[in-house]
Design a protein around this ligand. Structure first.
Ligand code: FES
Length: 194
């Protein structure tokens, strides 16, 4: 015959029965304790991880340096600046001519090539590789890629075409590819610092 006793932390214990309420309650207490420890662990780990990641301030102030001394006419560099792609191109004479021959008044986002380059380096075009429509990475920075109808960059996501000055010419993108702040110090291009 089964006998039943009660203890302060056990609701009921059946001494020769199979399942007991007391065991269930202890299990719950242990599970609750482990869960609490797990949460404590997460709370302790999160600050460590968040301290290891660069803060928004640090990220916003970071620069990318590239040696463009060996960048020949017609060559491009695809790099990363603040976690986003950036395209650097040494424009050819025909590309510069084509950009300058364009009627700026007809452009969706009117800008001359001179306004998008440094006076001392009019052949060095530095733009973010982020389509101004919905943020895809356009093609054209790598040799052999589709440069679109205007010989610059082409975004295949929805068909935006940029010209040799990376200005929007056709398709849904509203603006030219963004020119970040940058400077040239000798042969070093510093992106993120005017
Ligand atoms: S994201 Fe480039 S055309 Fe839509």
């Amino acid at each position: 015959m089964a006998t039943t006793t009660a203890t302060p932390d056990e609701h009921a214990v059946v001494t020769d029965g199979v399942a007991t309420e007391g065991v269930r309650r202890r299990d719950f207490i242990e599970i609750a304790a482990v869960s609490a420890a797990g949460i404590g662990g997460l709370v302790m780990v999160y600050p460590l991880i968040s301290q290891m990641a660069p803060s928004a301030d640090v990220l916003a102030e970071s620069t990318t340096e590239l040696d463009v001394g060996a960048l020949e006419v017609g060559q491009s560099i695809k790099a990363i600046f603040r976690k986003q792609p950036v395209f650097v191109r040494r424009l050819t004479a025909p590309e510069i001519e084509q950009a300058n021959a364009t009627d700026v008044g007809e452009l969706r986002d009117p800008q001359t090539l001179a306004e998008r380059t440094l006076a001392d380096h009019p052949d060095l075009l530095v733009v973010m590789g982020v389509c101004t429509h919905l943020g895809c990475v356009p093609l054209g920075a790598v040799e052999g890629e589709n440069k679109g109808d205007y010989g610059g960059y082409f975004c295949p996501c929805h068909g935006s075409h940029y010209d040799t000055a990376a200005r929007i010419r056709k398709g849904p993108a509203p603006l030219n590819l963004q020119v970040p702040d940058y400077s040239v110090n000798g042969t070093t291009l510093v992106i993120g610092e005017a």
